[in-house]
Design a protein around this ligand. Structure first.
Ligand SMILES: Cc1ncc(COP(=O)(O)O)c(C=O)c1O
Length: 466
């Protein structure tokens, strides 16, 4: 049979090679029903393989129903083994291999990415190795939905010390990043058409998560001090109030104590929960550290934290702190979401915190990020002078740049991208549109000084040639 080939250089066994070629030809109709196959002896001779090899390939096809035959009468292609070819599936998923290639040269000011090259690989690796080798074998089984007690205990001490968060380890649920914490909150608290009070602007993903669980969003404008709590609606029952009080995303304000009190009093009056997303406040460059809102009102505040910014988003480690009344239901929801967050990473992180490495890492990174932030500001002022205003740069891994007379339309943003720079419009995170069209978000966490300088210069050039 000239149309079968054997390639002895392949790692694939000869039986498998014959089986696969015949199967393909039957499925695509090249060998149609009733076709008589050569005898095993003659095919073996043709292909210069032992007869047993062909026999086994035929047997497999007979067992699976592709062939039929009787002793002595020959072997035939069976009825109904032809599979009509589908039209070629349209490529809905854009082949991004080419864009990825180009992306290597793009300077990306995406916010919220820590310095990936400064991840403490050695310390993390050593601890991960010891967890993997030395821990009891039960670690490799299923675990509890709320997460490892080692991590929850060390975290509750750490959070009290650094963020003024008051919680018992049992109030903690370890999540797969803050994103899962947000989803769990949505499942826990939102019923169809429930109202949720939320900052405007606020991360587009967060809006989408809440809306996908049926929430109707009540946007409250933010200013340089975060959410404007004097704008809360009267007489409307809300599922919860969502707020980023330590570092408003994206505008960067910190909620002062007067607004915190106003927010708590409003939540008490309306009998509403407060959801506090504390995603990156460890990196505060100006003013004293701000304590959490949760510490002021633990009874009705749900606190969300994450290790994505202080360590790495790839770890997918975050957590929720819940008032006691919500713990049981939240653990159930976490169980039905993904059973639990990976145990090895949880244990490694608990050791990383217990050994004091986390606080040392934050201390070191704060200096790195402060320098990058200062350098970015300097470059922006050098290139744009009084045509640029900078906001929300006292905390975190991004700042907001407001440009005189420039509107970051989709066309302009795509031109800037084509010129090798990625910047992010505040407008993509707004609920009420049109107020921030000249504001962009510039992340600096993962950009060294060379990239920042090149990035700002190229950005200016791109704007000048529009
Ligand atoms: C305000 C805010 N909350 C939560 C998250 C999600 O973080 P995680 O990586 O832990 O899911 C982000 C991500 O950038 C964020 O900006």
């Amino acid at each position: 049979m000239a149309w079968l080939t054997i390639d002895r250089s392949l790692q694939i066994p000869l039986i498998r090679q014959i089986y696969k070629q015949l199967r393909t030809k039957i499925l695509n109709g090249e060998l149609s029903a009733g076709y008589r196959l050569p005898s095993t002896r003659s095919l073996a001779e043709d292909l210069e393989v032992s007869r047993n090899v062909v026999l086994e390939a035929y047997d497999q096809l007979l067992a699976e129903g592709y062939l039929e035959g009787q002793q002595g009468a020959g072997t035939f292609v069976a009825e109904g083994a032809y599979l009509k070819k589908k039209d070629k599936i349209a490529t809905f998923i854009k082949d991004d291999s080419t864009s990825k290639k180009n992306n290597n040269n793009i300077i990306d000011f995406r916010s919220g990415i820590p310095a990936l090259d400064l991840f403490p690989r050695k310390q993390w690796g050593q601890l991960a190795k010891s967890v993997s080798i030395e821990t009891d074998h039960s670690l490799f089984g299923y675990d509890s939905p709320e997460g490892r007690i080692e991590l929850r205990s060390v975290l509750s001490d750490y959070l009290l010390r650094t963020r003024g968060v008051e919680c018992h380890p049992d109030q903690l649920v370890i999540t797969t990043g803050a994103t899962q914490a947000l989803t769990l909150i949505a499942k826990l608290l939102i019923s169809l058409n429930d109202k949720v009070i939320i900052e405007d602007p606020i991360t587009h993903e967060i809006q989408t998560i809440f809306q996908s669980y049926g929430a109707s969003l009540l946007p409250i404008r933010v200013d340089k001090n975060g959410m404007d709590t004097s704008q809360f609606p009267h007489g409307i029952k809300t599922a919860f109030i969502f707020v980023t009080p330590s570092h408003q995303f994206p505008m960067g304000g910190t909620l002062p104590i007067q607004r915190r009190i106003q927010l708590i009093e409003y939540a008490r009056k309306m009998d509403s929960y407060i959801v506090e997303d504390d995603y990156d406040s460890e990196f505060r460059y100006e003013g004293p550290p701000v304590s959490s809102l949760q510490g002021l009102e633990p009874e009705r505040t749900i606190y969300i934290g994450t290790f994505s910014k202080i360590l790495s988003p790839a770890l997918r480690l975050g957590y929720l702190i819940l008032p006691p009344t919500l713990i049981k239901r939240c653990r159930e929801l976490k169980h039905f979401s993904d059973l639990h967050t990976p145990s090895l990473e949880q244990l490694t992180l608990s050791l990383f915190i217990r050994e004091g490495f986390l606080e040392k890492h934050i201390f070191r990174m704060k200096k790195v990020y402060r320098k990058r932030r200062d350098f970015l500001k300097e470059q922006l002022y050098n290139e744009f002078g009084d045509k640029v205003k900078i906001h929300g740069d006292s905390t975190g891994l991004h700042l907001i740049a407001e440009f005189d007379g420039i509107h970051f339309t989709d066309i302009l943003l795509s031109k800037i991208h084509d010129d090798g720079i990625k910047v992010y419009p505040v407008e993509s995170h707004t609920i009420n549109k049109g107020l921030y069209s000249n504001h962009i978000i510039l992340g600096f966490g993962n950009l060294d000084e060379v990239k920042i300088a090149n990035g700002v210069a190229k950005f200016k050039k791109s704007l000048l040639t529009k």
